[in-house]
Design a protein around this ligand. Structure first.
Ligand SMILES: Nc1nc2c(ncn2[C@@H]2O[C@H](COP(=O)(O)OP(=O)(O)OP(=O)(O)O)[C@@H](O)[C@H]2O)c(=O)[nH]1
Ligand SMILES: [Mg+2]
Length: 294
C-alpha cells in the first residue's frame, strides 16, 4: 500500500530489538500511539491488551510486543471481510456518497466511476449536489474525462429529484452502476441530514430497495474530527462503509484504527492523491505493514 509510510516508524523503532518489556516501554508506546492519532480509548484498549499478553504468554522482548501489536491492529481492522465496494449484483447498483464539504466526495466518485468503467460496467453519475453551481460542472468534467453518463439538473434544483431521474434513466439505459454525489454543506446541518435521509427514501422508491452502499467519505488529515463526523452521519443515514480520502501525506493515519474500533464501520476504500488512479481497496494487512515501514 503506497500510503502512510512511517506513521508508526517511531513505534517500530521503540519495539524493534530485544528491549525488556516493562512499564516504561508500555508508557512510551502509549504516548507514541496517541501521537499517531489513535484515540485515548483505542490506545488504552490496545496497551492493556498488550500488557495482558505479556503476562500471559511471558513476552519478555519488545520484538514480541511488536508482533502482538500488529496482530491486534489487524484484528481491529479486519472483521468486516474484504475491502472495496460490494460488486454490482442487482442492476443498476446504486452507491450513495455522503460527507462534509471538501473531504473528497466528488473526486472519490470520479475514481470509483473510472474503476467500474474499466472493469466493463456502464456507469451513470448523479449530480445531486445542486447547492453549489460549481459542483455540477466539476462532476461533469470528471464524467467527460472517464466517458461515463451523467444526469444533472439546474443549480438549486431539488437533489432528490435529480436522484429520482438518475435511477429512472439508469433503468431505461441499462446502466450497471449509479454513483450519487451529494452536497457537503447546506444552510444548516439539520437541512443536510434531512436531505440525505430524503435521498435515501427516493432511492428506495425508485429502485425498490435501499442503496447498495452508502459510503461516508472522510478526510484522513482531519484526525479525531473525522470520528465526530462519522458519528453524526451515522445517526442520520445507515452508513455501510468508509472511504478515506487524502491518505497521502498525512501523519494522522492512526485515525483509521479508531474509526473501525469505536464505530465499527468498515473502511472500504483508501484514496492517496488527486488523479483517477489514486484509489485502492482497503486491505488491513498491507495497511498495518505500511504503518510500520520506515
Ligand atoms: N491529496 C489529495 N487530495 C485529494 C484527495 N481527494 C480529493 N482531494 C482534493 O480535495 C479537494 C476537495 O475534493 P472534492 O472531491 O471536491 O471534495 P467534496 O467532498 O466533493 O467537496 P464539496 O463538493 O465541496 O462538498 C480537491 O482539491 C481534491 O483534488 C486525495 O485522496 N488526496
Ligand atoms: Mg463535491
Amino acid at each position: 500500500m503506497r500510503l502512510l509510510r512511517g506513521i508508526f516508524s517511531k513505534v517500530d523503532q521503540l519495539l524493534t530489538g530485544r528491549r525488556p518489556v516493562d512499564d516504561e516501554l508500555f508508557d512510551e508506546l502509549e504516548e507514541l500511539l496517541i501521537q499517531a492519532d489513535l484515540s485515548m480509548t483505542t490506545t488504552t484498549k490496545l496497551v492493556d491488551s498488550l500488557r495482558q499478553s505479556a503476562r500471559k504468554d511471558r513476552l519478555s522482548e519488545s520484538d514480541q510486543i511488536k508482533d502482538k501489536l500488529k496482530e491486534l491492529l489487524e484484528t481491529i481492522l479486519a472483521p468486516n471481510g474484504a475491502g472495496g465496494l460490494k460488486s454490482p449484483t442487482d442492476r443498476p447498483a446504486v452507491y450513495l456518497f455522503v460527507g462534509v464539504n471538501g473531504v473528497g466526495k466528488t473526486t472519490t466518485i470520479a475514481k470509483v466511476a473510472n474503476r467500474f468503467k474499466k472493469s466493463g460496467n456502464r456507469v451513470l453519475l448523479s449530480a445531486a449536489d445542486t447547492f453549489r453551481a460549481a459542483a455540477i460542472d466539476q462532476i461533469e468534467i470528471w464524467a467527460n474525462r472517464s466517458g461515463v453518463d451523467i444526469i444533472k439538473h439546474q443549480p438549486g434544483a431539488d437533489p432528490a429529484a435529480v436522484v429520482f431521474d438518475s435511477i429512472n434513466a439508469a433503468v431505461a439505459r441499462g446502466s450497471d452502476v449509479v454513483l450519487i454525489d451529494t452536497a457537503g454543506r447546506l444552510h444548516t446541518k439539520t437541512n443536510l441530514m434531512e436531505e440525505l435521509a430524503k435521498i435515501g427514501r427516493v432511492v428506495q422508491r425508485a429502485l425498490g430497495r435501499d442503496p447498495d452502499e452508502t459510503i461516508l467519505v472522510l478526510d484522513a488529515t482531519t484526525g479525531q474530527n473525522a470520528v465526530n463526523q462519522a458519528r453524526e452521519f451515522a445517526n442520520a443515514v445507515p452508513i455501510s462503509g468508509i472511504a478515506l480520502a487524502k491518505m497521502d501525506g498525512t501523519a494522522k493515519g492512526g485515525i483509521v484504527v479508531t474509526i473501525k474500533d469505536e464505530l465499527g464501520l468498515p473502511i472500504k476504500l483508501a484514496c492517496t492523491g488527486e488523479t483517477l488512479d489514486d484509489i485502492e481497496d482497503f486491505d488491513p494487512k498491507s495497511f498495518v505493514d505500511a504503518l510500520f515501514e520506515a
